[in-house]
Design a protein around this ligand. Structure first.
Ligand SMILES: [Zn+2]
Length: 397
């Protein structure tokens, strides 16, 4: 989630942009950072999830950071005015880290929360993973052919807890040498998972599941389908808290979707109203203009991958990850809802034929499956004894 902060000094017009690492439905530590404007030198305090003093920024420096409960000499500095910026890719190499959810894990076996056991086991092998990825980084930096086009890393880790041997699968996107380390891996699969998530949940709980599904699909599915009847173009007329919620949802979608393999389907009327009201939406005094939010939403639905079937009216909402042999379908109410309103949701595995015939063919004209997603991948295997091996693979070669 990108945050924008206005410099505290009244006549200074600087806006600072910073990525906030917030895990939806995970454990987040809150606190503050203090930023120093490079233009006017003023200090501004900013409330942040998982505050960190790290990073290089064009127009500000972070001069202090602390978590709630900690003390700091800068505590009394006034807080800056902030807004969330939707639709921007998180800065290079930064993705929200995987954090186990103690209350609503997607991976669970009986009473064992597999997100927690897997996470604890992963921490123990970070050094081994780093060693493997540093090796890749070295040959990458030398531009050795055969190693310069590796886009993804998948770790398959065996571990033992309570006499049971589990297999956890982790993945991350490799963008450049800065990403070639054990940080920011996501749990994408787990053996002995018997969790059935069909049920009734609060919005926050649903977000946790949606987040986990979208990350899994981004990293391993061949295609992702997002069906939503609305994209919030009554934004202007929404309540302030609804705007925040809507932006969170948009931010989630924008950062968790690989747009190259995503088909985004929305209503014709929604698309039309964007075009029609574009001028009105662009009110100079409005928050959208102030924070330049509209252009991001626009570019999302102006993407050629956005498909609409003419005349279709629908109120269906679902998300799907397409795999070679099945489709994972998450559906329910992901509308913007504030508070703890309960909604229904389910996650199913269905066949590709059924998905196309019963779902897509009614909504989209001429939809065809596309299995071309096949990034060159570094696989790292770790046995429960800690033996490490790795290989580089293009699956369909
Ligand atoms: Zn300033």
């Amino acid at each position: 989630m990108e945050k924008a902060i206005i410099c505290n000094k009244k006549r200074c017009k600087e806006v600072f942009h910073i990525h906030e690492n917030r895990a939806p439905g995970g454990i987040n530590d809150y606190g503050y950072i203090v930023v120093k404007c490079k233009v006017c030198g003023s200090l501004t305090k900013v409330r942040m999830a998982n505050p960190s003093g790290m990073g290089y920024f064009d127009n500000f420096d972070i001069i202090a950071s602390w978590e709630d409960g900690g003390h700091n000499q800068y505590e009394d500095i006034p807080e800056g005015e902030t807004a969330l910026v939707s639709g921007k890719e998180p800065s290079e190499g930064v993705t929200i880290p995987f954090k186990p959810n103690p209350f609503c894990p997607l991976w669970q076996n009986g009473k064992v929360n597999l997100e927690i056991t897997a996470n604890n086991s992963f921490k123990k092998v970070c050094d081994s993973i780093n060693e493997q990825l540093y090796g890749l980084r070295n040959v990458f930096l030398k531009s050795m052919s055969g190693f310069d086009d590796i886009e993804r890393c998948i770790v398959e880790q065996e571990y033992e807890v309570g006499g049971v041997v589990y297999n956890a699968k982790w993945a991350k996107v490799l963008k450049n040498e800065n990403t070639m380390n054990s940080d920011l891996f996501h749990l994408i699969d787990h053996s002995y998972n018997d969790k059935q998530i069909d049920g009734v949940y609060s919005r926050n709980e649903m977000m946790s599941y949606l987040y986990r599904c979208l990350m899994r699909w981004k990293l391993v599915a061949s295609q992702v389908i997002v069906i939503t009847p609305f994209i919030g173009f009554d934004f202007l007329f929404s309540k302030e808290e609804d705007k925040q919620e809507l932006l969170c949802l948009w931010d989630l979608l924008n950062s968790m979707l690989d747009i190259k393999k995503t088909t985004f389907i929305t209503r014709v009327s929604t698309y039309g109203s964007l075009k029609k009201y574009q001028k009105q939406i662009d009110v100079p005094a409005d928050v959208l203009k102030k924070w330049n939010l509209m252009s991001n939403l626009q570019s999302m639905i102006d993407n050629p991958k956005t498909r609409v079937k003419t005349k279709a009216q629908f109120h269906a909402k679902f998300y799907a990850g397409i795999f070679n042999d099945h489709v994972e379908l998450l559906s329910g109410s992901f509308n913007v809802q504030t508070g703890e309103i309960l909604e229904q949701m389910h996650l199913r595995n269905i066949t590709r034929d059924l998905f196309k015939e019963n779902y897509l063919d009614r909504l989209v004209e001429g939809f065809e499956y596309d299995d071309s997603f096949n990034p060159r991948t570094m696989f790292i295997d770790i046995t429960k004894e800690g033996k490490v091996s790795s290989k580089f693979v293009v699956l369909n070669d």
